[in-house]
Write a protein that binds this ligand. Structure first.
Ligand code: ATP
Length: 239
């Protein structure tokens, strides 16, 4: 029996007692208010019980000199999550000894967490920004990944939501009339999963802007949570 409140029913049906967890991976170099706005909007619209912020170890797609250490990026994520009861800083990609030196692929992390929550009536979502989703064809085993769990794609200024459909191979789409679920006109229904568009958020903030401002010795006040700003100052990061 569906017990979702009316506004959620069109986005994704919920079963009684089901726990809903979103996995929000990123470099978080550093975490900023745009990330938190996305997480809050997803929490509201999808009635999420937990959002796991997963700082990536060594990012497979972003190789940048001067990247903050895993320990610093994780610490900033933990500080940003401190005031939000449903936001959890996850060590899922910290690797052996929590060194953060290992490359993790999302397909492996999601598979691992799916196994971990197996049998616990948990529904997993993969939360990411539209810019990241448009690059998904370059991710390892992305066709498998798209079938592992539902996706929530947050709109980001400058990215067209209509473009999202174009990166999904047509043979992964559900056949007309064979759609399994949500009657959300903005959702893209795949054979086993759905891609939901989260367009109730629009933040221009990026980690690049935060780092560039720090490099120019400009204020980052309001771009990152106060505790993260304090941490960056104390540890003299991105200078
Ligand atoms: P950078 O500027 O270094 O590329 P970033 O700000 O995109 O970093 P990431 O840690 O790479 O931050 O992002 C993690 C996830 O959050 C990605 O899926 C990204 O698309 C999403 N994201 C980041 N900022 C925003 C934003 N302002 N609006 C929507 N999604 C965002």
């Amino acid at each position: 029996m569906s017990v979702a409140p009316p506004q959620a029913r069109s986005a994704a049906p919920v079963s009684a007692g089901e726990r809903r967890i979103a996995l929000f991976g990123g470099t978080f170099d550093p975490i900023h208010v745009g990330h938190l706005a996305v997480a809050r909007a997803a929490e509201r619209r999808f009635h999420l019980d937990e959002i796991h912020f997963i700082p990536t170890g060594r990012p497979p797609h972003k190789h940048r000199r001067g990247m903050a250490s895993y320990a610093d990026r994780y610490a900033m994520v933990a500080l940003a999550c401190a005031d939000h009861p449903r936001f959890i800083a996850s060590l899922a990609e910290s690797g052996p000894g929590h060194s953060g030196r290992e490359v993790y692929y999302s397909v492996e992390t999601v598979r691992h967490l799916k196994q971990k929550f197996h049998g616990t009536d948990t529904r997993l979502y993969f939360l990411l920004g539209a810019d990241s989703f448009l690059h998904i064809p370059s991710w390892k085993d992305y066709e498998t990944l798209l079938g592992l769990c539902d996706f929530i794609v947050a709109s980001r200024p400058g990215f067209r939501v209509e473009a999202l459909r174009l990166v999904i191979p047509p043979d992964l789409l559900a056949r007309k009339g064979a759609e399994h679920g949500p009657l959300d006109p903005r959702a893209i229904i795949l054979r086993r999963t759905s891609v939901f568009v989260l367009d109730t958020v629009s933040s221009h903030v990026s980690a690049t802007e935060v780092r560039e401002r720090l490099d120019r010795k400009e204020s980052i006040h309001g771009l990152v949570p106060p505790r993260v700003e304090e941490y960056i100052t104390k540890q003299a990061l991105y200078r």
